[in-house]
Write a protein that binds this ligand. Structure first.
Ligand code: FE
Ligand code: FE
Ligand code: ZN
Length: 300
């Protein structure tokens, strides 16, 4: 099973990310090349990068199982402020270069929110922007993430994702599924095989290059996008276990983006990463009803 979680990219950059993934017993990871909330990015330190590669070799983590995620504030759908739209495009051009330097093949991108535009206009803006990235000349590939359909988000249906893919003048673009988003968008994760058949008929299963494994705090079709810990949401452990073990996507990296855990039930601040325990629970194939307690006693 190729499984990991999103990890930090701190002072030690990629080396820090790999160390964190190793601490979760992961063999895949997803990182932001800086803070997820902003677009400030430091220069890549090649010395740290070399040490990261060495650690990956020791721990059997393949570079193809390392995913990058673009920051949330990038919005290709909204052209109302042309400056911000151009900024997003330039940021992604640089991100593609940063990923080429790091030999990271995949960059996950939220397609964008139309805001004051119609959905159709939003989607056209996304296509126009993606076509300005010269994806054919890039060693790295953009993966459009399937969204929950919160607010004016584009890309919450397979048809919308298909429209974007068709409009882009390059085949160097793929898809990242997110089980929480799919649930919230109205796709039943209890029937994942049927979903994959549908995906295959509309887009083509070979386009799936990454899958975010999250439970959801909200019911099917709620258009909310709030992630829950594995087995502690509306999708449930049994369905998520089937998904991570699905033969048709067995080579696709699975990435957890579930919420951190608080110190105790009265505490609001979420401080403990759940990934080591969620990964173990999915590898083992058995639900852990003491998951939260196990995480608390491990990190305290
Ligand atoms: Fe995402
Ligand atoms: Fe996601
Ligand atoms: Zn989400």
């Amino acid at each position: 099973m190729i499984i990991g979680s999103h990890v930090h990219f701190g002072k030690e950059q990629f080396l820090g990310s790999v160390k964190e993934a190793v601490s979760y017993d992961a063999n895949a990871l997803m990182l932001y090349t800086g803070a997820p909330q902003n677009t400030y990015r430091s220069n890549i330190d090649l010395e740290l990068y070399k040490r990261a590669l060495k650690l990956m070799e020791e721990k059997n983590i393949q570079i193809d199982h390392v995913i990058c995620h673009a920051p949330y504030i990038i919005n290709l759908a909204n052209k109302a402020k042309e400056e911000a739209w151009n900024f997003s495009i330039n940021f992604l051009k640089n991100e593609l270069k940063r990923c080429e330097t790091l030999k990271i093949k995949y960059i996950v991108l939220h397609p964008g929110s139309a805001v004051t535009h119609s959905k159709e206009e939003g989607i056209n803006n996304i296509i126009e922007a993606l076509n300005l990235l010269n994806l054919n000349e890039s060693q790295s590939m953009i993966l459009l993430e399937t969204m929950a359909g919160k607010g004016s988000e584009c890309g919450s249906t397979l048809e919308e994702i298909k429209t974007i893919l068709k409009g882009v003048n390059s085949s160097n673009i793929g898809v990242c599924l997110d089980t929480c988003h799919l649930n919230d968008a109205g796709y039943d994760m209890d029937k994942f095989d049927e979903f994959l058949d549908l995906f295959d008929s509309i887009i083509g299963i070979e386009k799936i290059k990454c899958i975010h494994i999250n439970d959801s705090k909200n019911p099917l079709n709620s258009h909310k996008d709030r992630h829950a810990n594995i087995g502690y949401g509306t999708i449930g452990y049994a369905s998520l276990l089937k998904i991570v073990n699905n033969e048709k996507i067995k080579d696709v990296p699975k990435i957890l983006e579930t919420p951190y855990i608080s110190k105790d039930d009265n505490e609001k601040e979420l401080i403990y990463p759940p990934y080591k325990f969620e990964i173990a629970m999915l590898r083992k194939g058995e639900f852990n009803s003491h998951l939260i307690d196990d995480i608390r006693s491990f990190y305290k």
